[in-house]
Design a protein around this ligand. Structure first.
Ligand code: ATP
Ligand code: MG
Length: 223
């Protein structure tokens, strides 16, 4: 599903990704681990086509992400789900409207939008908050709204960059469980986090970056 081949990224003379290669199969849950500054976000940005790499190739399904023009990147982004640490919710729209928005823009009929949005709000445990505005939510609820929004168009692939960055331990654990549930439903997940507790809860494949290098790629509990 994903093939990263020898990518390198430099900012001026600083190498932040150094000859990174790996592949990910459909259905996998991959944690990108590593200390602050290791290059995790840069790698996620490269994978979603937000950052151009200097060398190498990134392929996701049929998309040669590293070679897309801006229009093709828009098309690619509509196929994937993306969640960041800052939720970027629309402040004057309710939870339901925030989640339904992408389907409305894509021109789906109202009946489908109601049904699909309700389904995703149920999955993320937000049914009781559907009519709340973002400022009326807790941090955990806001992050779950961002996840619901990223999933509403049923992407096969979800990218998340530090989604637990603003959450307390209880909400962090709930979010890790939610991501595992989403993965069990068949969605491939790439999760970048420096939080060893989160990685320990997820216990899936762990790719560790250190100073822009891929230093280990293993499965299971040993971080
Ligand atoms: N636009 C930029 N210009 C210059 N340097 C950058 C830029 N973006 C990132 N960097 C540098 O690249 C390195 C990797 O940054 P990156 O954000 O990928 O790290 P990270 O692993 O996500 O860290 P964190 O855990 O703090 O989020 C850092 O040293 C950072 O300062
Ligand atoms: Mg980061």
């Amino acid at each position: 599903m994903i093939a990263v081949k020898n990518i390198t990224k430099k900012y001026k003379d600083r190498t932040v990704l150094q000859d990174i290669s790996f592949t990910v199969d459909g259905g996998e849950f991959v944690c990108i681990a590593g200390n602050s500054g290791a290059g995790k976000s840069t790698l996620i940005h490269a994978l979603i086509g937000a950052t151009k790499t200097d060398n190498g190739e990134i392929e996701v399904d049929t998309y040669k992400v590293s070679a897309l023009n801006p229009e093709q990147i828009q098309e690619y982004r509509r196929k994937i789900g993306i969640v960041f640490q800052d939720y970027k919710l629309l402040p004057k729209r309710t939870v339901f409207e925030n989640v339904a928005f992408a389907l409305q823009v894509a021109g789906y009929d109202d009946e489908f939008i109601q049904k699909r949005t309700a389904e995703v709000l149920k999955l993320t445990g937000l049914e009781d908050h559907r009519n709340n505005l973002p400022h009326e939510l807790s941090g955990g609820e806001r992050q779950r709204t961002a996840i619901a929004r990223a999933l509403v168009h049923a992407p096969e692939l979800l990218f998340a960059d530090e989604p637990t960055g603003n959450l307390d331990p209880e909400n962090t654990e709930a979010l890790a469980k939610l991501l595992l549930k989403i993965n069990k439903g068949g969605t491939t997940i790439i999760l970048a986090t420096h939080d060893k507790d989160v990685i320990g809860m997820i216990k899936k494949r762990i790719i560790t970056l250190d100073n822009g290098r891929l230093v280990s790629d293993k499965r299971g509990t040993n971080f």
